[in-house]
Design a protein around this ligand. Structure first.
Ligand code: CLF
Ligand code: SF4
Length: 493
């Protein structure tokens, strides 16, 4: 039998850890050993333990767990043509965004404040605003202080890789379990089109020489991390006409050197950001070009498709940034850490997860029993927990799934301006949402009004609240079966 629905909202809005624990214990087993069977069959136990609560390294975990970034590392040792130093490191953050820079002491204060308020918090990442390895002293001091106060938080960094090799031993010693390296090329001839200069060994290098050094350091750093069992994700910025085709080669190289994940991100290029690429008219890829490349990379290093190109001060579940609630002026001066909410939340998730996995397996069986081959592109409004639990009008993004006889795949997300403003629908926002949902067959949400539903239908997109609060996979498999021949009890409205 399905576990009772516990909405993420009810968990995260609960004010006391006692209430959370009551929720956790309601309706069945609340042992923290539960959830263990939700390990994917193609993964060993040790790897599963490392990723099961990391929202970036596991697509499944991103429905439940949150990360936060602290912007403690402003200095950088290279220049990327898609970066303007006025803003944060665009290797991991959305370009054009400025974060509140913190000292390690302020960062600790912020992490404690967030951990007390956001029970989903599982990972602390340092992703700039410059390079975490180059600005090492502040990175190290921050991790040391946080690990002392909150020992069970996972530590994660993102780096361009140039200063990585000299810090790998310290990363291991500090128990930093997850590292991201941005690798945009393995051929310096491609690299010189992306990096005008680097600063290395007290010297500035340019052109081919710079790209060659960067490439060698990135490969060395990756190999060293793999040897020490630190999980590595590779971010690559897809730059049409510069490295888009070349990323196939990059994928091969990083797979051979032990990378766990490859995250191909679209270049976001805007003249207003003042970057070289922005000012010279270099465009980013459109959604279809990105997906086409990602599809070509299937079978190589495992792909990450759920990246949201966060800010260097992002807080919360991926896709719902709460960073602006935790600026220094809003948090206590000396917060004391209370682990209660985070522990209670884990109890709840461990139980829900097994139930979710059973629902997924059932969905796969349903899909396999459909005799007609087909595909369905579904956009889902969700607040997390793997359920269809967001109203159409409140959605800031839709998660996109592709269903076929072989299974249901998360393939990305589409950001939108929410349709509903203070109880009223906004027509211009709806036009934007319809444009963003190009290629989608069906929208699933918890609630939708007649007016937007009708306008979506006129644009050839069905929308339904029939499956509100169901698991995403349960709903999609029922829709797929209804579409391609099985007579299930639930069909599209
Ligand atoms: Fe942060 Fe990056 Fe660690 Fe995640 S983000 S340092 S690996 S904790 Fe995640 Fe954000 Fe994408 Fe980065 S969604 S931009 S991949
Ligand atoms: Fe900018 Fe990051 Fe590149 Fe440094 S590594 S230039 S901060 S994008």
């Amino acid at each position: 039998m399905s576990a009772p629905i516990i909405s993420l909202e009810s968990l995260t809005n609960t004010t006391s850890s006692g209430q959370l624990l009551t929720t956790a214990k309601s309706g069945g087993c609340a042992s923290s050993s539960c959830g263990s069977s939700s390990r994917p069959t193609d993964m060993d136990w040790a790897t599963w333990e490392k990723i099961k609560d990391h929202p970036c390294f596991s697509e499944e975990a991103h429905h439940y767990f949150a990360r936060m970034h602290v912007a403690v590392a402003p200095a950088c040792n290279i220049q990327c043509n898609y970066c303007n130093r006025k803003y944060d490191c665009a290797n991991e953050s959305r370009p054009g965004v400025v974060s509140e820079k913190l000292t390690p002491g302020q960062a600790l204060r912020k992490v404690i404040a967030v951990a007390n308020e956001v029970p989903q918090l599982s990972v602390l990442g340092i992703a700039g605003p410059g390079d975490a390895c180059y600005d090492w002293k502040k990175t190290r001091a921050t991790f040391e202080r946080v690990a002392r106060e909150i020992p069970d938080i996972k530590l994660c960094i993102s780096t361009n890789g140039l200063a990585l090799p000299e810090h790998v031993d310290e990363l291991a010693e500090l128990n930093i379990s997850h590292v991201t390296i941005t690798i945009n090329m393995v051929d310096p001839a491609v690299g010189e089109k992306i990096y005008p200069w680097i600063f290395y060994g007290h010297r500035r290098y340019t052109g081919m020489e710079a790209a060659k050094i960067l490439h060698q350091r990135q490969m060395l750093g990756l190999e060293m991390l793999s040897k020490r069992g630190i999980l590595t994700k590779i971010n690559s910025v897809m730059i049409p006409g510069v490295n888009d085709q070349h990323l196939i080669e990059v994928n091969k190289w990083v797979k051979e050197r032990g990378a766990f994940l490859h995250n191909v991100m679209p270049l976001i290029s805007d003249p207003a950001h003042g970057t070289w690429f922005g000012q010279t008219g270099q465009r980013g890829p459109n959604a279809l070009e990105l997906k086409t490349l990602q599809d070509r990379l299937e079978g190589g290093a495992k792909l990450m498709r759920h990246c949201r190109q966060c800010r260097a001060d992002a807080v919360g579940l991926l896709g719902t940034d709460r960073g602006q609630e935790f600026t220094l002026d809003q948090i206590p001066l000396e917060p004391g850490y209370d682990s209660g909410k985070r522990h209670a939340y884990r109890e709840v998730v461990s139980r829900i997860r097994d139930d979710h996995l059973a629902a997924k397996n059932q969905a796969t069986t349903t899909l396999a029993s459909v005799s007609v081959r087909g595909s369905l592109h579904v956009a889902v409004a969700t607040k997390g927990g793997g359920r269809i639990n967001e109203h159409f009008g409140h959605a800031k993004e839709f998660q996109v799934y592709e269903a076929s006889q072989t299974g249901i795949k998360f393939v990305g997300h589409r950001k939108v301006e929410p349709y509903c403003h203070g109880g009223w629908g906004e027509d211009t926002a709806l036009a934007g949402i319809i444009a963003a949902l190009e290629g989608i067959n069906i929208v699933l949400c918890a609630k939708i009004g007649d007016c937007p539903q009708k306008q979506l239908m006129e644009a050839g997109i069905r929308a339904t609240e029939t499956f509100g609060y169901d698991y995403i996979e349960t709903a999609i498999s029922a829709l797929y079966a209804a579409e391609y021949g099985l007579d299930l009890s639930k069909a599209t409205a």
